[in-house]
Ligand binder design. Structure first.
Ligand SMILES: [Zn+2]
Length: 98
């Protein structure tokens, strides 16, 4: 049985695997969120140049539980990203080459 949750204007599986950095699991604030065109979600802190060793995959519900403020992000369509600056989320398109 799966459970769903609403976030970013979409309904996701609560256990949807998200790419995060280990820092946000340790409580560092999330300042970057990406909702890729293929549906992948990514949550990162403000550290530059994350390495592969700092990446982890966790369920979406867990990310939102650790960082409830992410619920205020509003509508985040696929193919867009959100960056936090001065307490405000700014949403823009992701430039993806493929
Ligand atoms: Zn980080």
């Amino acid at each position: 049985m799966t459970s769903d949750l609403d976030w970013g204007g979409f309904r996701f599986d609560a256990h949807k695997a998200c790419v995060v950095c280990t820092h946000i699991l340790e409580g560092r604030p999330v300042v970057f969120v990406a909702h890729h065109a293929d549906g992948d979600l990514q949550f990162l802190c403000d550290k530059q140049d994350h390495t592969e060793a700092e990446a982890a995959a966790v369920g979406l519900a867990h990310v939102l539980e650790l960082h409830p403020s992410l619920k205020s992000i509003g509508y985040l369509p696929a193919g867009s990203m959100a960056a936090l600056a001065d307490g405000q989320w700014t949403i823009c398109d992701i430039q993806e080459d493929d």
